[in-house]
Design a binder for this molecule. Structure first.
Ligand code: EPZ
Length: 417
């Protein structure tokens, strides 16, 4: 199993380009199921989750072609089998995003129920409840969600809590429903807005995306389109925190500072100097970072997908910080691994108190999920000596060529088998 070997203590310096967003690419690819015409996506990140989604769509009969310029063209003119098999769904929960489009387009879908996950129970009850409100009959049989419906009907859906993929699934389904759907307490994440933009280019009638009330007037059919995927704000944030934790100076290209207000504010609070100009964000960290407390919540508040990276920053910062995780019930697995590097972290329920230490010591650590693995890489870059991060297949799910990009910034890092 692949691992990353890091010789720490080098301040990151230089420029790298940010890739397209994983959490936008996955729902956008599912939107191809809503039309029999070609959907062309650009700025598609080369990630394991993207390959998994392409295989899933291919298994359903979607014609897929890739080009060398990070472009993917998909054409679902015939959906031979509206089924998402356990083998693929178990490797990627986001497969649930085919449920709404398949039901809206084919009137039937059989999607393996995503099981538990390292960071939390993560049920999909709100996806199912919303589709039932639109007239679908849904049951769970042999571990599969089995859904059937005539043409879906518009409905007013108030979601009990903010769910990103739940909002995306229902928004896509509503595009082909009869009448108007109103999603209340909808997710406001930029990835939801990027999906709405693409759906609008396909002829969907959507208003309010990016706010907590989204209205969709259903259409009889959608057409093909061409869409450039937004930059990955979490990849951007990860590189900025890595630079801050190593006392570095970097410039990220193809990024969008507007998507990262809460994260940039916390980095400035930790003492980083940040400039944003056009699609470039520069960060310089002169001295030792200062501790910053964070509390995760739905967008535009501080993102849960940046919580682990900030734990690594606080592990070597001056002072103490409180990290409160409000979205997922089990998202502190990285803390135990960071303690192996000498970090001083105390966990109690959904709160972690991190007392910064002057230096971490390299050791072998194990990644448990995507963002936890990114935080261990950051801790390894800041640590003295050698850190080996095991099980980095988690990283490959969400970071394109991470060791090449970090090496371009001067890191002493390599992949080992
Ligand atoms: C999306 O997951 C992201 N994944 C996650 O990123 C991200 O952490 C999360 O949103 C929150 O920002 C993708 O976009 C592919 P939720 P999602 O539904 O949609 C509960 C990463 O690292 N809930 O917004 O699955 C749920 O258990 C990943 O890139 C229900 O109870 O998250 C959680 O506590 C990790 N019932 C909360 O809502 C439901 O039906 C928010 O989850 C749905 C969700």
């Amino acid at each position: 199993m692949d691992k990353l070997v890091i010789d720490g203590g080098v301040p990151l310096a230089g420029e790298v380009r940010i890739s397209g967003a994983k959490n936008a690419a996955l729902p956008l690819m599912c939107a191809a199921l809503l039309t029999d015409e070609p959907l062309r996506l650009e700025n598609v990140p080369q990630l394991r989750d993207v390959s998994t989604m392409l295989r899933l769509l291919g298994q359903m009969g979607v014609a897929v072609s890739l080009d060398e310029r990070a472009g993917v063209e998909m054409r679902a003119d015939a959906i031979a089998s509206p089924v998402a098999s356990y083998d693929l769904v178990k490797t990627m929960r986001a497969s649930i995003l085919v449920l709404g489009p398949l039901l809206a387009r084919c009137g039937e879908a059989r999607v393996s129920l995503p099981g538990g996950c390292a960071i939390g129970l993560r049920p999909v009850d709100l996806h199912i409840k919303g589709l039932e409100a639109m007239g679908a009959q849904i049951s769970v049989e042999e571990g599969y969600i089995v859904a059937r419906s005539g043409r879906l009907k518009g409905a007013r859906i108030v979601m009990d809590l903010v769910t990103v993929t739940g909002t995306e699934n229902l928004m896509m389904a509503a595009c082909l429903a009869e009448g108007t759907t109103v999603l209340e307490n909808a997710a406001r994440e930029p990835e939801v807005l990027d999906l709405a933009r693409c759906l609008a280019a396909m002829g969907a009638r959507i208003s309010g995306a990016g706010s907590d009330i989204i209205t969709i007037d259903g259409a009889a059919r959608l057409s093909g389109a061409r869409h450039r995927i937004m930059p990955d704000r979490i990849e951007t944030g990860t590189y900025l925190v890595a630079a801050a934790a190593t006392g570095g100076r970097v410039r990220l290209l193809g990024a969008d500072a507007m998507l990262l207000d809460a994260v940039l504010e916390k980095l400035r609070e930790s003492g980083a100097r940040i400039d944003a100009e056009g699609d470039a964000i520069s960060l310089e960290m002169g001295g030792r970072p200062k501790s910053v407390s964070v509390r995760t919540a739905p967008y535009p508040a501080f993102p849960t997908d940046m919580q682990a990276q900030f734990m690594a920053l606080n592990a070597i910062a001056e002072g103490a910080a409180v990290i409160t995780e409000t979205i997922f019930e089990n998202r502190f697995m990285h803390a135990l691994e960071m303690q192996r590097l000498g970090a001083d972290i105390e966990i109690s329920g959904n709160t972690a108190v991190v007392r910064g230490v002057p230096r971490l010591q390299g050791a072998t650590v194990m990644a448990t999920d995507l963002r936890a693995s990114a935080s261990l890489v950051i801790a390894g870059l800041a640590a003295e000596g050698r850190t080996t991060v095991d099980r980095i297949y988690h990283l490959d799910r969400g970071y394109e060529c991470i060791e090449e990009k970090l090496a371009r910034l001067g890191a002493r890092i390599r992949r080992a088998h």
